[in-house]
Design a protein around this ligand. Structure first.
Ligand code: ADP
Ligand code: MG
Length: 497
């Protein structure tokens, strides 16, 4: 199989991509200070003396940040380094009062790991393993805000010192789709782990996209790095646009320079920002204010034990233990909230029906992915804004499962639930939607229908079996649509011999 190729004047080109993802660690306090990290606060209201880099202030590591980085490392099957160290990365910028960023260059806390992506959501076999080189922990910088009238610039230090994980992939990605799938999967894992909220539009997660091109089989080309790309769609666009630009430039006789670029979504193009610095430009050295971080086995084990069931394992369990289709298993595990909702729904439905979850899981998955998702879609709402709770949904499923209401009545009930927020039991009672499973009543109705249609009964017995549907229809009509269809069929079969 040949993968994604760019057609140039001189033949086909392959794109090579590696992502450096900055993920804000979900903690109350910053990496080296007790200042708060909430999004959207008034500028400069979440700044301690440490974050403002007042002389003589000393950083104190927030062990919750370390713990979250280790938990994330375990979730991507990575090596956990029990000895790691913080280094100073020196540079001047107005949003960096320290004059250096505390990061980890030489001894990151997490070493080699990997994650698996699925490239085509309809094909569970279309997987690829992407290598991850490292995760290190570092401080975020502040933010500059520029005003035009009058021309003024302001500094907001609320983000200064917020803990980030930098998650560095191997250059294993070979197409826009692979880069997008990798970022989406990484986000899913971080949200399951709870180490990052994954809110890309709030800047909690952003990717530096490294792109180079080569003729297939040749060594890697020189890469450019497009900074701070903040959505899966934009990452895919950057890979595509940047690869095309590089091919055109090389074929035109130019050379790619290693540089930092910016993406402009409005024009869908990348633009040069500055030439790329090398590590030695930053004069990295171990931060003398901080001791190395030394972890023991018990700490790492506690981190491991605290992890929830992760998306790949959950998906596998949904398919094998619950018997769901690969597609439904994929949809229901893609977001941690969806899987929680589904599991609450399933538990409720199983309890109310007195059945093991495995027996009622398909019903729950089908109802959720088609009926409820469909209805919410029409309302323009997500699952978390659903007026129907998992408990109410489970009650509805149990009413169907126990034969109290028919499938078509259930659709009606769901509509009313979405409108009114009432419970399914109350709606069924008020609307008189209960289906009759009373065999006595069904038998009486069947008898009446057969007596009124003696001629058709003769024809049926003479071999015209297609008339069976007619008898079912007549019986249901006689019962105003409330006969349990399964029982009606059973009784008719018995009576007609
Ligand atoms: P630096 O620390 O200077 O940013 P790294 O060697 O750590 O450089 O690589 C940074 C990112 O660039 C990694 O995600 C890596 O996979 C990616 N990368 C390295 N070489 C290439 C290349 N030739 N083409 C595309 N991506 C690359
Ligand atoms: Mg880099």
């Amino acid at each position: 199989m040949t993968g994604y190729r760019i057609q140039g004047a001189t033949g086909e080109w392959e794109v090579v991509v590696g992502l450096e993802v900055h993920a804000q660690i979900s903690t109350q306090a910053k990496l080296f200070s007790g200042a708060a990290t909430a999004f959207g606060a008034e500028p400069n209201t979440q700044v301690s003396l440490v974050d403002a880099a007042m002389p003589g202030m000393l950083p104190v590591p927030n062990m919750e940040c370390i713990r979250q980085a280790v938990r994330t490392g375990i979730a991507i099957n990575a090596q956990i380094n029990k000895w790691s160290r913080f280094d100073r990365k020196n540079y001047f910028y107005a949003d960096l009062p320290q004059g250096y960023q505390i990061s980890q260059l030489y001894h990151p806390i997490v070493g080699e790991g990997s994650l698996e992506v699925q490239l085509d959501d309809k094909d569970p076999e279309s997987t690829k393993t992407i290598g991850i080189e490292r995760i290190h922990v570092e401080q975020d910088a502040g933010k500059l805000m520029h005003d035009q009238h009058p021309t003024m610039s302001y500094v907001d230090l609320n983000r200064s010192g917020v803990a980030l994980m930098e998650i560095v992939s191997r250059p294993d990605l070979r197409s826009p789709v692979e880069a997008g799938a990798y970022l989406a999967k990484l986000r899913t894992i971080l949200r399951y782990v709870g180490s990052c909220d994954g809110n890309m539009d709030q800047g909690s997660m952003r990717a530096d996209v490294n792109v180079s091109v080569r003729k297939p089989g040749e060594p890697f080309g020189t890469r450019t790095e497009t900074k701070n790309v903040n959505s899966v769609r934009f990452v895919m666009a950057v890979v595509e646009q940047e690869a095309k630009r590089q091919v055109a430039l090389i074929e035109d006789g130019g050379t790619i320079v290693q540089e930092t670029r910016l993406y402009d979504p409005d024009r869908n193009e990348t633009r040069s920002m500055r030439s790329k610095e090398d590590a030695h430009d930053y004069r990295y050295f171990p931060d003398p204010d901080l001791l190395p971080i030394v972890l023991d086995d018990a700490f790492v084990e506690e981190c491991r034990a605290s992890l929830p069931e992760l998306p790949d394992a959950k998906r596998h369990r949904y398919e094998t233990a619950l018997g769901l289709s690969p597609y439904n298993a994929g949809v229901l595990t893609a977001e941690v909230e969806t899987s929680r909702w589904f599991e609450a729904l399933l538990a409720q439905s199983a309890t109310q029906q007195g059945k093991p979850e495995g027996e009622v899981a398909k019903q729950a998955a089908n109802w959720l992915t088609s009926e409820l998702f469909g209805a919410l879609n029409k309302l323009g709402k997500g699952l978390l804004e659903s007026p129907v709770s998992p408990e109410a949904g489970g009650e509805l499923l149990a009413l169907i499962g126990k034969g109290t209401i028919s499938g078509s009545a259930a659709k009606q009930v769901l509509e009313i639930m979405l409108e009114t927020g009432n419970t399914p039991g109350a709606i069924v009672e008020r609307e008189g939607l209960t289906q009759t499973s009373d065999t006595g009543a069904i038998k009486a109705a069947v008898d009446a229908v057969l007596a009124a249609n003696a001629d058709k009964v003769e024809q049926y017995k003479g071999g015209k079996e297609a008339l069976f549907g007619f008898f079912v229809g007549q019986t249901m009509k006689a019962m105003q649509g409330k006969g349990n269809p399964g029982l009606v069929n059973e009784v008719l079969k018995a009576k007609l011999g």
